[in-house]
Design a binder for this molecule. Structure first.
Ligand SMILES: *[C@@H]1O[C@H](CO)[C@@H](O)[C@H](O)[C@H]1NC(C)=O
Ligand SMILES: *[C@@H]1O[C@H](CO)[C@@H](O)[C@H](O)[C@H]1NC(C)=O
Ligand SMILES: *[C@@H]1O[C@H](CO)[C@@H](O)[C@H](O)[C@H]1NC(C)=O
Ligand SMILES: *[C@@H]1O[C@H](CO)[C@@H](O)[C@H](O)[C@H]1NC(C)=O
Ligand SMILES: *[C@@H]1O[C@H](CO)[C@@H](O)[C@H](O)[C@H]1NC(C)=O
Length: 558
């Protein structure tokens, strides 16, 4: 999108070119475009047990190790848990995490054999106890869900306690990260005590399925990776100028004419699958239907929705943003967003509102006439606000909250108090956060985490070093920043490079949003991140390398 194409993009591009040239001419050497990492950083031996990511809030491990026998070890519901075998969500998670821990091992059937030379005590169970009366097995995660958990690993039974199933999912991930296989194929875990909870409630990944279509499998794989990194929101930027892959039930022509092809669509069944797959991993799905700009593809299947642009006295044949002066526009949006509210269970819909180009509106005599009648003068930001206002009212009438890009706030649209404003412009984002939260609105930070921008070297460090609360404001304002999102816009991304471009770079954002504020040591992070990346590979996520090195599980002939 032009989000990636503006002046800033051009400047970055210009500065990058020489840097890339320099670095390729030295390509057998240390990187020249950034300080080379301290030797200690990549030479230090790191055991696979040193791989917790994101780092838990409170953690005590001992040197005492326990052994797990894959054939005997079990994940079970503990006594007193409000969730039992009928909790499909946990049953499914038990199966998954058993696979992650032991699935790739050649020794998985050796559980009944003697342990061999090792004499560690055995860990036989992980019992999971959900403490709240309603465990939430059949519900959807939401902004207020509890993801806290407490994990105690001592022989012979480890215990994972959480208020709700969402915390149990996070704790299972952590437990699976503690378990490691030694060189002789034994599975070991150090006795540990962990108390953990997220620093921020909203930890999102934005995927763009309009610039390129992403097959269902890519989206599901990404949801797996999100769970491995404790992300909890998929911000699905599902349609845009380039294509409209969402197959609407009420308006099938939108994808019929607006998708790249009849094959490049998400049917209602596909959408349900994504939502359920995400739910089982404690991930919310927030769809974005961005208007009034970024809507060229909508115009193909919905006549008279877009504004005809003029060339002097005559229509030029091209179309601009959604036409804000027609009643039919709002009739359409009323029906359309009713459907979206029903299809997507999350309490929030993202309504976009970014980068509206006013030139077409300015060229159209009927729009000019309308501006005069409404007393809007020649301030087209006000016309945009007029439109957005109506859309916001439509969506709130369905009892949904909404998220918007920052321009909607900047242009002073009247927003409901529970609106979430997403700050994306890199310039002065700390200042914008002060303004948004100063006005009493909830904010989400995306600006420093546009992962579609790529460069030579370890850019994860830059993402990692961001401190989201580093803006001026009261304690009350700081509380209004509820999280952030790593955004991977799709101009240069499709199924071939989605996963390696996103992971493990997004993992840096994942730890920033989950772990304690003081977890900032780059050297420690590097060690854990490289191990975490190897674990993602073992679990089928084609995450790119962090830097030079190898993964222990890689072997000749594999
Ligand atoms: C786990 O135990 C081993 C053996 O005592 C020890 O070398 C290692 O440092 C421990 N790991 C952690 C993370 O405490
Ligand atoms: C559009 O709706 C408004 C308000 O409901 C109404 O006053 C107006 O007459 C309608 N315009 C047309 C062209 O139907
Ligand atoms: C931020 O707030 C300041 C002071 O209220 C105001 O002067 C400025 O225009 C605001 N900036 C934006 C982008 O809204
Ligand atoms: C916080 O912001 C200030 C001013 O922009 C900057 O100088 C400082 O380095 C930032 N600190 C962190 C930890 O990001
Ligand atoms: C961060 O702070 C917490 C509590 O204030 C403390 O327990 C923990 O050890 C600190 N972690 C680091 C890496 O400094």
């Amino acid at each position: 999108m032009s989000r990636a194409m503006g002046l800033a993009g051009l400047l970055v591009g210009l500065f990058l070119v020489p840097a890339v040239l320099v670095s390729t001419s030295f390509r057998h050497d240390a990187p020249r475009t950034e300080p080379a990492p301290e030797p200690a950083e990549w030479e230090s031996p790191s055991g696979p047990e040193d791989s917790l990511w994101p780092l838990p809030q409170g953690l005590r491990t001992s040197g005492r190790q326990l052994q797990l026998a894959p054939g005997r070890f079990q994940l079970v519901h503990g006594a007193g848990s409000s969730a039992g075998p009928r909790c499909g969500l946990l049953q499914d998670a038990f199966r998954r995490y058993y696979e992650y821990m032991f699935g790739q091992s050649r020794r998985r059937n050796w559980g009944y054999r003697p342990f061999g030379p090792r004499a560690e005590p055995e860990l036989s169970y992980l019992q999971v106890v959900i403490e709240s009366r309603d465990p939430g097995c059949d519900s959807h995660p939401h902004l207020g869900s509890s993801e806290a958990y407490q994990l105690t690993v001592i022989a012979p039974v480890a215990t994972l306690k959480a208020d709700e199933v969402w915390g149990a999912l996070r704790g299972l991930e952590t437990f699976s990260q503690l378990v490691h296989e030694d060189d002789y194929g034994s599975f070991l875990v150090n006795e540990s005590e962990i108390y953990d909870f997220p620093r921020f409630a909203h930890r999102g990944i934005l995927l763009d399925t309009s610039r390129h279509y992403l097959p269902l499998k890519s989206i599901l794989t990404n949801l797996d990776a999100m769970a491995f990194n404790k992300f909890n929101v998929l911000h699905w930027h599902i349609v845009d100028d380039q294509s409209f892959p969402y197959q609407s039930i009420c308006f099938p022509e939108l994808s019929g004419k607006g998708a790249y092809s009849y094959n490049h669509i998400y049917t209602p069944a596909d959408v349900r699958l994504v939502i359920e797959y995400a739910r089982l991993r404690g991930i919310r799905v927030i769809p974005e239907f961005d208007t009034p700009g970024h809507t060229q593809s909508w115009g193909k299947g919905q006549k008279d929705l877009l504004t005809p642009c003029y060339n002097g006295e005559k229509p030029s044949g091209s179309f601009g943003p959604v036409n804000p002066i027609l009643n039919t526009t709002y009739d359409f949006m009323t029906k359309f967003f009713k459907e979206i509210s029903d299809v997507f269970p999350d309490a929030y819909i993202h309504l976009g509102g970014d980068e509206v180009d006013f030139n077409c509106w300015k060229s159209n005599p009927e729009v000019q006439e309308f501006m005069k009648k409404q007393g809007l003068g020649s301030d087209y930001a006000k016309l945009e606000s007029y439109y957005i206002q109506k859309i916001l009212d439509i969506v709130s009438s369905y009892n949904k909250g909404y998220m918007v890009w920052q321009e909607v706030f900047d242009n002073k649209a009247k927003l409901k108090p529970d609106t979430v404003v997403e700050v994306w412009m890199e310039r002065n984002y700390a200042y914008e956060l002060s303004n948004v939260t100063g006005a009493g609105f909830t904010a989400i930070l995306a600006a420093p985490w546009y992962l579609d921008y790529i460069s030579y070297g370890q850019d994860w460090r830059k993402y990692y070093s961001v401190e989201p609360l580093n803006f001026s404001g009261s304690e009350k304002q700081k509380k209004l920043l509820i999280g952030g999102e790593a955004c991977l816009w799709g101009e240069f991304v499709d199924a071939t490079n989605l996963t390696p471009r996103l992971w493990p770079r997004a993992s840096a954002v994942g730890e920033r949003l989950w772990s304690s504020r003081n977890v900032t040591n780059l050297q420690d992070a590097y060690r854990r991140l490289t191990n975490h990346r190897c674990r993602m590979l073992r679990r089928g996520i084609a995450a790119e390398p962090v830097f030079v090195g190898y993964c222990a599980h890689e072997a000749r002939g594999q």
